[in-house]
Design a protein around this ligand. Sequence first.
Ligand code: ADP
Ligand code: MG
Length: 260
Amino acid sequence: MNSKVDRTGDEEPMIEVVGLKKSFGPLEVLKDINLSVPRGHVVAMIGPSGSGKSTLLRSLNLLSLPDAGCITIGGRRMDFSAGRVAMRDRDLAAFRANTGMVFQNFNLFPHMSVIDNVMVGPVSVLKQDRNSARTVAMELLAKVGLVEKADARPEQLSGGQKQRVAIARALAMKPEVMLFDEATSALDPALVGEVLAVIRQLAEQGMTMILVTHEMAFARDVADSVIFMQDGFVVESGDARQVINEPRETRTREFLSHFH
Ligand code: ADP
Ligand code: MG
């Protein structure tokens, strides 16, 4: 079965990044990033440690503020070319809320139950009433297969379950885009599959996603395109099967050789 969603037409991309740059002191981490992701597409981002993958994802969510360039997500545009962006808090919050982020280490609130972790964003940020937020949260827990854990604490869950809660929590904000930063890297191998299954399901439902991952087989099967990053540049990007099976660039081939 081909899970890849076929989207054609000339609608504007869901994500567009132009000339993005970011340095930490003297260290240039993103050197000139350009990318475009159509609505409903899944992009796998691969590359060696330190190549700037997390910084790029964090920039898309404004957890890290770029020094230059422009990011447009879901029609909202952030221009960093004039240096620091002056932006009203409301616009910043709306831009952020449109991208759900899932991290390697789950980042759940340890003192809150599972359901409260999923509800807290809608209640405190989106100002939803608790009852409707709870209803949506239960639907999302059903979607990730964790209804029976609603009242559990994060510490009572396996890593795979925690990560599924983290996905439900991100989805509760109704983002148009989901960003996954090595969402399965901290998991026991036996638990990777249950998290990938949820991500695959989101792909089938047409969610636009960027996944930083070392799961090459998953990237090839689920992603529409693959971006290979190295030293702050996009070295190669293209159709997922092409980049993984027949990379054009020597550096991509060299990187991929570590995974066979
Ligand atoms: P990747 O996710 O591909 O491993 P990162 O984006 O995490 O790469 O990091 C890219 C480079 O930026 C690394 O050299 C890292 O040490 C550096 N870096 C990341 N975040 C910071 C920070 N907050 N302060 C200083 N350097 C950072
Ligand atoms: Mg990283």
